[in-house]
Design a protein around this ligand. Sequence first.
Ligand SMILES: [Zn+2]
Length: 417
Amino acid sequence: MVPSADRLKLHLLTPLWTAGASSGRMDRVHETGIIGSLRWWYEATLRALGRDVCDPTSDDPRERCPRDNQHYCDVCQLFGATGHRRCFRLEMEDGDPLFRELRIPLPSGRLHPKRRNPVGAWYLQGESRTGDLTLGIVPLGPVDAADKLRIPLTLIHRHAALGAKVSSGYGVVRITEENGDLLAVDSSLVERLAGSGRMGQPSGDLPDLRDFFFAKLRFQAPSEDPNWWQKIQGIAETFNGQVTDQGETRRVFKNPQEHNEATNTLVIVVQQQGVVPLAPAVRNWLRYTWFPSRFQPGTALGSLEGYLFGQTRPNHNIASKINVSHAYRLDSGEWEFRIWGWIPCTTPAGLSLNRDSFLQDLKGLLSGPKTDWTPVFGPGSALRPGIPEWHPLDRNNRDGATYLNELLGLTAGAGAS
Ligand SMILES: [Zn+2]
């Protein structure tokens, strides 16, 4: 019998990015980027269940599958490794580009006079994809691939994001079954996967779901101010068309026409696509205002800040462990965005981080009645998001299966805490 594809529907809530053939471009949705994302979450999940998972990125071949006696770990069984083919194929539709221009700058507010383009900015990528796509999972072997892939897909759908650039806003997706039901996982699957895995402590070197926290924030747009989103940091500078930093002012755009096109496009993205690109503003606020404020003035935070928020270095890039999504409009008309991250219990030598107090402070910031949100929403804004979901796991709790069940929505009362 020819195996038939399992079909899921993806509704992109924030644009999807999968890197293309040339750097900084995206010619189409690349399945490899989707598979990489699913594999990463599946590895983190199985480690949290105490399963033995290899390190496919290791330079040491003994850390990669196949290991002793041609043994493949559960992740490689599903996703493939040298000498063992992947047990499924993805068939993915392409979606529509977000807009026609290549990209729109969202200025950081900082000027770098020595650079060719001195206006520091993040970019909203026009080639990122939006809309509704069908994802087909075609089984290629005896492993129940479509069932197992529902675990990373459900984690992504409920709490995180799919593809690349997820630390800066992209890839939030609502996933439904073909019949329209929201994607869900059968609880017996978690029991089966948990098996007899023994629960050690997360190592800190490799992602382990028990080291993750997940938050959702939600707010109502002020009805008296339809242009509220144009005051958000980054977006405001795009509308102003100029940035002033330390007494110096520079134009963001080459000419008024370019400026006009960018602001007109942003209006369409917000009003028609239901996306407000606020991730850079939130990241900026957490990284440069909140994080240093937790320490004595003058404390050198360079390496700890880079470890958590990411760093680009000539031979050594550190991916951001803290991710923030853009805001997306819910059916209720409210706006929502996500903050989630990997805050390891065990940090590398030389970096000291009290994980539990870090998460407690972060929750206090995000939920505090006195928190000043104007660095994100702009001067004079009274916007204050609520935090309907907050999921952490205490460092002394090693029970990955219970946490996974909570995250997958399989336990009663999962959600707010
Ligand atoms: Zn493996």
